[in-house]
Design a protein around this ligand. Structure first.
Ligand code: C2O
Ligand code: CU
Ligand code: CU
Length: 511
């Protein structure tokens, strides 16, 4: 299945992982419906005025299948949008033209373990990995990014990110705004040096416990983003592609946000929020109805203020107190500072009647854990200056007995970010499970942390399928998950990329 050209095959290096489901092997001999080439390579992008910025980015083309399967974002370092249909068989030839190892992970997709981009599958510079999988996910907004051992943060920060849109006939029948009326936005923060180059410092230190924070907010790789739109309805799919920054998204005139979907696709029915909390790796699908707006008016997508201590060290060190960023010496926006993200100018009058369907999908929000199910607690620990999961740090191949699950079995996991911690250091962690969408069953927060929690809670959209859930300080979040039918090694981790690279990640094995 996986093959490498001009190098060692990843499967040769890890014989123990080369467990191929015979049914899948047979399927892979079938012709793919979509075949793509994707590459990761160094390049340049004009982002801020003046010198071009050196970036790493994904690019590619369609070998077979609909030309719409791959849509580049012109001039941007953000990778092409990949469009698939549920049920399609996909083959992707991924070529690594970076000066170091990498591998692609398809965030949110349920794929066989060898196709999931686990760091032990990373390929050397100059080699190719062939992915083959069937799209079994429901329609939704997914994404792809690198996953090499301890290098996710720097590689994403250099520009390696892209969106995957999955659709099917039932979704198309809803006639949600599409084509030019569908807007995909990857929100990221970056820091630039005086020569317009990205600044990123690897590794953990006291003043970088919160992870990387940039002071420029980009949408699809553009600062001060703005769009000219017409008086019609738009579908807005937003992804938080930031290493560590959390957004509290709201419209500048307090128009409520009409939410259509979450990480794993459409909700059963639209829901309304005054603001939406979007942690790293989370996606939100929204309706933006400009039909009643005046031509010439402007609407701004903003991030509202929230307490920085949810995500940053207090103690008077680091940011937010007029101090520099230590190693880099430049100031930056705190994780909780307010700012504008995207300005929308209503530029044209166009009549296009759009009626939002009251029912969007058959998501079963009533799915409950079977009576026999036991809850597995995953403690989010901070010890010896390290973030850990149940006291354990990431090891490439280590799997504990409590991290082994049966294929297709249903579990309740509880992410526990409460209780005492070293130096009272509890930060929010966006917890992510590879290979599966889950349902959020409950959140419970310590009374002492309730005040801060209230600053973000109304923006949680827990009604839909999720693959990443923000667990704030003092919180216990229970999720219900049915594990994939594909056996093998998968990951669960904090999606704050600096926490992840520092070891706040573990394997789980499906048997
Ligand atoms: Cu976006 Cu290991 O994940
Ligand atoms: Cu993932
Ligand atoms: Cu974390």
């Amino acid at each position: 299945m996986a093959a490498a050209y001009g190098g060692v095959t990843p499967l040769d290096r890890f014989h123990s992982e080369a467990t191929v489901d015979p049914a899948l092997a047979a399927q892979s001999r079938l012709n793919p419906d979509v075949e793509l080439e994707l590459r990761a390579a160094p390049g340049t992008a004009s982002i801020v005025p003046g010198a071009a910025t050196r970036v790493w980015s994904y690019s590619g083309h369609v070998i077979k299948g609909p030309p719409t399967a791959l849509q580049a974002i012109p001039g941007s370092y953000v990778g092409p949008i990949l469009r698939f249909q549920t049920g399609q068989r996909v083959r992707i030839h991924f070529r690594n033209e970076l000066p170091e190892e990498t591998i692609i992970h398809w965030h949110g997709l349920d794929v066989p373990a060898q196709m999931d981009g686990h760091p032990h599958l990373a390929i050397a510079s100059g080699t190719t990995y062939v992915y083959e999988f069937t799209i079994v996910n429901r329609p939704g907004t997914y994404w792809y990014h690198p996953h090499p051992h301890e290098r996710v943060g720097p590689q994403v920060n250099r520009g390696l990110t892209g969106v995957i849109l999955v659709s099917d006939a039932a979704e198309s029948a809803l006639k949600l705004p599409s084509g030019n009326d569908e807007i995909v936005g990857v929100i990221q923060d970056r820091q630039f040096d005086a020569g317009n180059q990205f600044v990123y410092v690897s590794g953990m230190s006291m003043d970088r416990m919160s992870g990387f924070l940039g002071d420029r907010i980009l949408v699809n790789g553009r600062p001060s983003a703005r769009m000219s739109l017409a008086t019609r309805a738009y579908r807005l799919r937003l992804m938080n592609g930031s290493n560590s920054r959390v957004y509290k998204l709201a419209w500048s005139d307090n128009t409520p946000m009409i939410v259509l979907g979450t990480d794993g696709g459409l909700l059963e029915r639209p829901v309304v929020r005054n603001y939406v909390t979007l942690a790293p790796a989370e996606r939100i699908d929204m309706l933006l109805d400009l039909s009643q707006r005046l031509v010439g008016s402007r609407l701004v997508l903003r991030s509202l203020a929230f307490p920085s201590r949810l995500f940053e060290m207090e103690m008077g060190m680091g940011r937010g107190r007029g101090r520099g960023r230590g190693m880099t010496g430049s100031r930056t926006l705190s994780n909780g500072a307010p700012f504008d993200i995207l300005a929308i100018d209503v530029a044209r009058r166009e009549r296009s009647p759009f009626v939002l369907p009251s029912r969007l999908s058959t998501y079963d929000g009533a799915w409950q854990p079977p009576a026999s199910v036991q809850t597995r607690v995953v403690r989010l620990d901070f010890r010896m200056m390290q973030f850990l999961l149940n006291g354990r740090r990431f090891d490439l191949t280590d799997v504990a007995p409590d991290e082994t699950v049966q294929a297709g079995s249903t579990h309740v996991w509880e992410f526990d970010n409460s209780g005492p911690a070293m130096m009272n250091m509890r930060l929010g962690h966006p917890m992510h499970l590879h290979g599966r969408q889950f349902r959020i069953l409950s959140r419970q927060v310590e009374p002492a942390r309730l005040g801060d929690w209230n600053g973000l809670r109304d923006g949680f959209v827990d009604e839909g399928w999720k693959d990443t859930v923000l667990v704030t300080p003092g919180e216990k979040v229970r999720i219900l998950v049915r594990f994939s039918k594909y056996p093998g090694l998968y990951l669960y981790h904090c999606h704050n990329l600096e926490h992840e690279d520092a070891g706040m990640m573990r394997n789980y094995r499906i048997v």
